[in-house]
Design a protein around this ligand. Structure first.
Ligand SMILES: Cc1cc2nc3c(=O)[nH]c(=O)nc-3n(C[C@H](O)[C@H](O)[C@H](O)COP(=O)(O)OP(=O)(O)OC[C@H]3O[C@@H](n4cnc5c(N)ncnc54)[C@H](O)[C@@H]3O)c2cc1C
Length: 400
């Protein structure tokens, strides 16, 4: 894939930032979930590079899909948790289009680029079955009253706004609702987990939470269009991608986008594991020669490199399809997410094996690569669900 000079320069700038500012602290900082202040420090730095979700940077970040994917890969090569916490903040983008109440409450944070978001889809009683949310939005006058529970939500405990998937009882359909912590507070509770340690994942409890009707996502789009705005003013994707939001359910289009990012994340993790494994294979000696001289170690390097390069090619193919606005983008983003995430588990496991006992020491990074990779095949739809999406797209028959 050919990058433009501008994209290449962006990648170099980002690599420089990551090497200087993130690489030296990642091992220590990945032990605990980000506090709000810790994440905002990175958000602030990254805005300088045109990466983020505040009104000013969203356009440069989303307007060029290659920048978004460069970011997913490069950031995940150094610190996957940072990539996730940053990207899961995307619902903050919608705060400026919500009701006046929410806009007024969030304006100072939005202006300062300090509005953290989260996407609340998964429910304790539903899991992979996201099509039938039990969380309800009951219309009462000019408000929706939201009740339900969400789980595993990234950034839940530090978010200013949550985009909540719920069943809108007034239209008997699924929609999304922007809930802000200032005017419609919700309770949260953290979850401790194996990988992506710095991402604050948590439960969200919505107990008679009231939001203005204008906080319903479909209403935000309608209002904006009535005010003469274009959808790309709200979600500043290239036109082809915006079209996918019109052709498909918005949640499906969102997942196509996020799953592409996940495939690039898996590539970033594999790249880091490969680089360290190759260096170690040349340096570590057994039986009087570098372990890289042993054929079975060369086979492992082959396997990791193969997983890395095939996943990278597949991920780039999805970007091409998204850029074309192809209807195959949904199927291929699922295929790439499913494939690359599973491969990252194998590749990081092989990387540990190449390192022998050193690979298991918590003072080294290999075990973090493995924990982060092992986390990949579950969020944004498990591998099993990706297979069923591909199956449905291929056959026209839904097995879920
Ligand atoms: C680290 C992490 C971050 C996350 N971040 C977010 C977030 O920011 N926002 C959010 O809303 N959610 C988030 N999630 C939730 C995530 O999307 C769900 O965990 C995922 O969709 C699976 O749901 P579940 O864990 O309840 O598993 P289940 O749905 O209970 O699945 C259990 C097992 O059964 C399999 N299975 C389920 N249904 C089928 C079927 N029809 N056919 C075959 N196999 C099936 C699954 O593949 C899995 O192996 C996150 C999860 C994790 C682990």
């Amino acid at each position: 894939m050919q990058l433009t000079d501008e994209q290449r320069a962006f990648r170099e700038e980002l690599r420089e930032y990551l090497d200087e500012n993130v690489e030296p602290v990642v091992d220590e900082q990945d032990k605990e979930p980000f506090t709000r202040a810790e994440l905002l420090e990175y958000v602030d730095d990254l805005r300088e590079l045109g990466v983020g979700f505040d009104p000013e940077t969203a356009e440069s970040y989303f307007g060029d899909l290659r920048r978004y994917t460069i970011c997913s890969e490069e950031m995940s090569r150094v610190w996957p948790s940072l990539n996730v916490a940053l990207n899961m903040s995307f619902p903050s983008l919608f705060a400026q289009f919500a009701s006046e109440t929410t806009r007024d409450a969030m304006r100072p944070k939005l202006n300062a680029g300090e509005c953290i978001g989260c996407l609340a889809v998964t429910e304790p009683g539903g899991g992979s079955d996201t099509a039938r949310p039990r969380t309800t939005a009951r219309k009462e006058g000019d408000e929706f009253v939201i009740n339900g529970e969400k789980t595993w939500v990234g950034n839940a405990q530090i978010a200013d706004v949550a985009l909540v998937v719920a069943h809108d009882e007034s239209t008997d359909s699924q929609d999304m609702f922007l809930v802000d912590q200032e005017t419609a507070p919700f309770e949260t509770e953290g979850i401790s987990k194996l990988g992506w340690k710095a991402v604050p994942n948590g439960h969200i409890y919505l107990d008679d939470v009231r939001v203005p009707v204008d906080n319903r996502l479909s209403m935000m789009f309608e209002n904006a269009i009535m005010e003469g705005k274009d959808i790309s003013d709200i979600v500043p994707f290239p036109e082809s991608v915006t079209q996918l939001f019109l052709d498909q359910k918005p949640l499906n289009a969102t997942f196509s986008f996020m799953r592409t990012g996940m495939a690039f994340m898996a590539v970033g993790i594999m790249q880091a594991a490969f680089d360290e494994s190759l260096a170690y294979a040349k340096e570590r000696e057994t039986f009087g020669e570098p372990i890289g001289q042993h054929q079975l170690i060369q086979e492992k390097l082959y396997d990791i490199k193969c997983a890395l390069e095939t996943s990278r090619c597949l991920a780039h193919r999805v970007v091409e399809l998204l850029e074309e606005g192809s209807p195959d983008a949904r199927m291929m983003s699922s295929l790439a997410k499913g494939y690359a995430c599973e491969k990252s588990v194998d590749a990081t496991s092989d990387a540990i094996q190449i390192h022998g006992g050193e690979g298991l020491k918590t003072e080294n990074r290999l075990e973090r690569y493995y924990r982060d990779a092992r986390t990949m095949p579950i969020p944004d739809g498990t591998t099993e669900i990706q297979k069923l999406i591909v199956g449905k797209e291929l056959t026209g028959m839904a097995a879920y």
